[in-house]
Design a binder for this molecule. Structure first.
Ligand code: ZN
Length: 308
């Protein structure tokens, strides 16, 4: 039997140490990749430099390793990928997909309506004549926005089923480069996933609202559309996503099987019985063998177990 090509990935942001929520995303994306005989690559999404915590990236790598979550190929760091993002922007610019926007936050807030992920930009600068002739250079006083036009995005989520989106009405023309020069998360992720030949993206359901924009960027850049599955996100007793900001506890790999079984249970899978709490050699083959997408709870958020 042959299997379709599957290249998966895990792309944490090094804003703190791994907590239970990030471990769940790592375990889910790893198991789905391995159950499909695919690769599992690692990328450090360290684009948002002011939010990066020194030492967090190497700590994440060490922790994944200690849990037996071994990645394929070299680790890619977004902080080294500016040239690729710049080239993608130049391509979008040449095809007139983007335009400069000089609106202030206040101006947008005054005229915008609220969409699925914040304010919908009303398109104020879309048809403004601007004095930038061919080969536009962003002077960093303007943000660059992508024209969404009448794009209707469809994708099949591996957990939530068919998804539809009218981009202009639900998100509006969105930013691909901020006025301060920082490349937008949506652009960087799409460019990197393509460069890493990623075919399947398994990540937290908090990113379900980013997917239509990323599919559209794939289309504009001439990339094939990736396949997606969004996993339930672990929330604390206040219903907040576990994160450094909500003071989530960092995971410890002291008894790795115990915590990995908690992650499996969170994802609706059966716990694996091993000889010992650090018996990863027997844990992973069994966990891969029994992985079933259909057992994952179809919810966007789920309470994290008390011990984590
Ligand atoms: Zn504007």
């Amino acid at each position: 039997m042959t299997h379709p090509i599957y290249h998966g990935r895990y792309a944490p942001s090094p804003t703190g140490r791994l907590h239970f929520g990030s471990l769940v995303a790592a375990v889910g994306s790893y198991l789905d990749a391995k159950a499909h005989h695919g690769s599992w690559q690692l990328r450090i999404d360290d684009l948002d430099r002011p939010r990066i915590l020194a030492g967090a990236a190497s700590d994440i790598l060490k922790t994944l390793d200690a849990f037996g979550l071994h990645w394929d190929g070299p680790v890619v760091y977004q902080s080294t990928r500016d040239d690729a993002y710049r080239a993608a922007l130049a391509q979008l610019q040449a095809q007139h997909f983007i335009y400069p926007c000089t609106c202030s936050r206040r101006e947008i807030a005054d005229s915008a309506t609220t969409g699925r992920d914040g304010l919908i930009y009303p398109g104020t600068c879309r048809d403004k004549p601007h004095h930038q002739h061919h080969h536009t250079r962003n002077t960093h006083s303007a943000a660059l926005r992508l024209r969404t036009g009448h794009a209707h995005i469809q994708f099949e989520d591996g957990l939530f089923g068919p998804q539809h989106c009218q981009l202009e009405h639900e998100y509006g023309d969105f930013i691909v480069q901020r006025a301060d020069g920082m490349y937008a998360y949506q652009l960087a992720v799409v460019v990197d996933d393509h460069a890493q030949c990623i075919t399947d993206i398994v990540r937290g359901a908090d990113l379900l609202d980013s997917t239509p924009r990323q599919c559209y960027l794939q289309h504009c850049l001439g990339y094939p559309q990736a396949r997606y599955m969004h996993l339930p996100v672990a929330v604390n007793s206040q219903g907040e996503k576990l994160s450094k900001q909500t003071l989530a506890i960092a995971v410890s790999a002291r008894q790795p099987v115990t915590l990995l079984n908690t992650a499996l249970t969170f994802l609706g899978q059966s716990a694996i019985e091993t000889n010992d709490v650090d018996d990863l050699t027997n844990f992973w083959p069994q966990a891969i063998h029994q992985w079933q997408r259909t057992r994952i709870p179809k919810v966007r958020t789920q309470s994290a177990p008390a011990l984590v």
